[in-house]
Design a protein around this ligand. Structure first.
Ligand code: GLN
Length: 471
């Protein structure tokens, strides 16, 4: 049979396997053929997996996830040639579920960025328009799913790196509650924020993959068992659901009118489906979220990236002394963005400044968490655009780091508060996908899946990029 990888959902693929209408090997081959055909243009993958292990629905993993025997670079030259001797827990879990590895996907170096242009190995392109970015930092995973080069994929999200590329590529992405998915074996960026999560073409697929990866892991002491099992969403209405519309997240400066239109349409649809919709406020979260993030994330990154010394992993530049070897290796191995953040973070943590910067940012973070908690006394889920803009052009923001940082204005506040967020496509603006962000209290993934699924059905967004559908 012919397998249409552009349209097949993971759930449909499972049915094919169950009925023995296709074998795992055939599925795997179909995606590998699609990769051979289309990834030359898109560059969603950095490396391909070997012979398929397992006969389930194949998967792509962001290159921040350690995979035994398969090169893992986190998009950085400093890890070039590094082949882990162990699997990250999430890699083990997908393996144990029988999902063979299609390959490792491209990303901004050490997950620092919003466009995948910071990859040391060249950018990924957006399947909707190859002149545009797929978002980032998990741009490779998002593009792979959007282009039918993987039925589903895993990414990582520190301040928006799953939700934002999902939005820009017209797919579904979940950033789970902090602590529900193991970080063991993930190349660390900012440990108090990093979370692994799924990309898929439907909310139900996203829930299926989350079910596989979530839960306590003895190797990561920040993980917990889920308070309730992951449920596959079925409801087609939103009766009894209270939807909050935070004013600052929906009226922030820089949100494109076309994005607002689509999001307003989705909010109207919530009403039609029976939800109770009301306004709320998150004034300090939006005002201080970004600034707070750009202290905490670089501070943690400067510490996490200290381990790349030319001795233990991958790339090395020789030197006459150990110090010279380390300096040269770090100078040649890190790209501009990690260097920028190491400097920012080291400064913020330095003696005499620690409390003024890092300590203060941590206190603001508590304020942001409380502000969200107050909103959840009245609402079950908060909605807003995921990204203020649709996919932007390659090169448009690379010269201006601050413009790039603004890409995450709307995703960062809930990340700071450790909350889960789901992005689903809700329409098109200028022919490009617009993402709707749904944020809930801690451990509310089931509620997010329920709302996301009902909306997805009602909105009927077609996730196939027209230029690929025409092929
Ligand atoms: N774009 C944000 C940053 O550059 C978020 C990245 C992420 O979530 N990994 O830090």
């Amino acid at each position: 049979m012919t397998i249409d990888t552009l349209r097949l959902t993971a759930e449909e693929a499972m049915v094919l396997l169950e009925r023995r209408e296709a074998s795992g090997a055939e599925l795997h081959r179909a995606y590998r053929e699609a990769i051979a055909e289309r990834d030359g243009e898109l560059h969603a993958y950095l490396a391909l997996g070997g012979e398929p292990e397992g006969d389930g629905v194949p998967i792509a993993l962001k290159d921040v996830i350690s995979t035994r025997g398969v090169e893992t670079t986190a998009g950085s030259k400093i890890l070039e040639g590094y082949v882990p001797v162990f699997d990250a827990t999430v890699a083990t879990r997908v393996k144990e579920a029988g999902l063979p590895l299609l390959g490792k996907t491209n990303m901004d170096e050490f997950a620092m960025g919003s466009s995948t242009e910071n990859s040391a190995f060249g950018p990924t392109r957006n399947p909707w328009d190859p002149e545009r970015v797929p978002g980032g930092s998990s741009g490779g995973s998002a593009a792979a799913v959007a282009a039918g080069l993987a039925p589903w994929a895993l990414g990582s999200d520190t301040g928006g790196s799953i939700k934002q590329p999902a939005a820009l590529c017209g797919v579904v992405g979940l950033r789970p509650t902090y602590g529900t998915v193991s970080r063991y074996g993930i190349i660390a960026f900012a440990s108090s924020l990093d979370q692994i999560g799924p990309f898929a073409r439907t909310v139900r697929d996203c829930a299926l993959l989350y079910r596989i990866i979530a839960g306590r892991d003895p190797c990561d002491s920040t993980t917990v068992e889920l308070p309730e099992p992951v449920r596959l969403p079925e409801a087609e209405d939103l009766r009894g659901v209270r939807v909050g519309v935070p004013r600052e997240l929906n009226e922030a400066e820089g949100i494109e009118p076309g994005v607002t239109d689509q999001v307003q349409g989705a909010i109207e649809r919530c009403r039609q489906l029976g939800a109770e919709v009301g306004e709320c406020e998150l004034p300090r979260s939006v005002e201080y979220g970004l600034a707070c993030y750009y202290l905490i994330a670089p501070a943690e990154a400067s510490s996490n990236l200290a381990r790349y010394d030319g001795v233990r992993y991958g790339f090395r530049t020789e030197g006459r002394t150990l110090g010279e070897l380390q300096r040269r290796t770090r100078d040649a191995g890190f790209g501009d963005e990690p260097k920028r953040r190491i400097m920012l973070g080291t400064y913020a943590l330095s003696a005499g400044y620690y409390d003024a910067f890092y300590g203060q940012a941590q206190r603001v973070r508590t304020v942001i968490a409380r502000e969200h908690a107050a909103a959840f006394e009245r609402f079950d889920v908060l909605v807003s655009p995921t990204s203020p803009t649709v996919a932007f052009r390659l090169g448009e923001r690379t010269e201006n780091p601050l413009a790039m940082y603004l890409s995450d204005l709307l995703t960062i506040p809930s990340c700071m508060a450790g909350l889960p967020g789901l992005s689903i496509p809700c329409g098109l603006s200028e022919g490009l996908p617009v993402g709707l962000q749904l944020v809930g209290p801690q451990f509310s993934e089931n509620a997010l899946f329920r709302v996301g699924h009902a909306l997805e059905r009602a909105l009927g967004f077609d996730p196939v990029p027209p230029r690929l559908a025409a092929l």
